[in-house]
Design a protein around this ligand. Sequence first.
Ligand SMILES: NC(=O)c1ccc[n+]([C@@H]2O[C@H](COP(=O)([O-])OP(=O)(O)OC[C@H]3O[C@@H](n4cnc5c(N)ncnc54)[C@H](OP(=O)(O)O)[C@@H]3O)[C@@H](O)[C@H]2O)c1
Length: 335
Amino acid sequence: MDAAHLARAVELASLGPSWGPNPRVGCVIVAADGTVLGEGWHRGAGTPHAEPAALADARSRGLDVAGATAYVTLEPCAHTGRTGPCTDALTEARIGAVRYAVADPNPLAAGGGAVLRSRGIDARHEAFGPARAINRRWLGAAETGRPWVIAKWAQTLDGRTAAVDGTSFWVTGEEARAHAHGVRAEVDAILVGTGTVLTDDPSLSARPPHVDDAHQPLRAVMGLRDTFGAKVWRDENALALATRDPHEALGMLAAREVRTVVVEGGGTVTTAFLRAGLVDEVHAYIAPAILGAGTAAVGDLGIGTMGGALRGQDVTATALGVDTLVTAFFQRGPQ
Ligand SMILES: NC(=O)c1ccc[n+]([C@@H]2O[C@H](COP(=O)([O-])OP(=O)(O)OC[C@H]3O[C@@H](n4cnc5c(N)ncnc54)[C@H](OP(=O)(O)O)[C@@H]3O)[C@@H](O)[C@H]2O)c1
């Protein structure tokens, strides 16, 4: 029964934005007889957390939640951030029990379960895989204190991202490019090197098909050369990362509350992140094309033997028209 309510809470959580500094959280409040009294989810930083949203939902229906159980995808927060502590909202509403699926790794907000227990509320952590999966990137960022890094590129069958003359429009077809625009709209920032800006002058906007008001990620350009005048600087939603050090670049992004960044190349910058062990996830769009020469998707990583290959986990392969998207998660290397 708990699993069914937690599954519903995950469904609610998925209605929230995957970008922004806060996790996606859902909450269902259930009476002892199984009646659902209220549901809520977090709609992004500065808006009510899932628990107060579910309490408000119950109130708006004239339902009393005293003694009921709140099922939450993440441990209720015990701190005042942009909004008040959820532990207080639950206590004031006289909730009887709380089941949370993931312990909060954020040291500022953690400890909510213990606070609730100290107030006599039966609060328990009940691990539930889908609740972890829905915030995999956010949790990864919270656990390491640096943004989660997705390395994305479009390559030919023989691993080239650009031809000898520097052209890379287009490696893949429309469906693959549309998919990549959808991913951009899910993240906080896109990062490219100065080389890509000077060669391609990309817009780095999120233009998923059939979406008019897609979330636009921060555009970040990494490297020492001046690229001002390029399209990425068309408005304030852009950041110069005047460094060649991936750790420093991520520190600058973290200072802007970036939790997930897509590193979109070129090969030099992608290689630097891989060498530093800072890539958590790879999205490789693979076109059935062969160039034979040109820029490699990834350069030398100092790996000399097959046993040293970086191996992905939780791999997916998705057909997108004639192309294939392969995604994989990579264990964190040296930080
Ligand atoms: N198919 C694809 O998915 C895809 C995606 C992107 C780009 N591309 C293609 O890739 C090509 C550009 O690739 P690229 O490798 O030349 O460009 P890049 O990786 O975008 O930029 C390289 C530049 O970034 C700076 N930089 C930042 N961090 C660095 C580090 N750790 N080490 C060394 N340099 C660093 C350096 O310039 P400073 O002197 O300014 O520091 C360097 O020259 C273009 O042809 C583009 O069309 C293809």
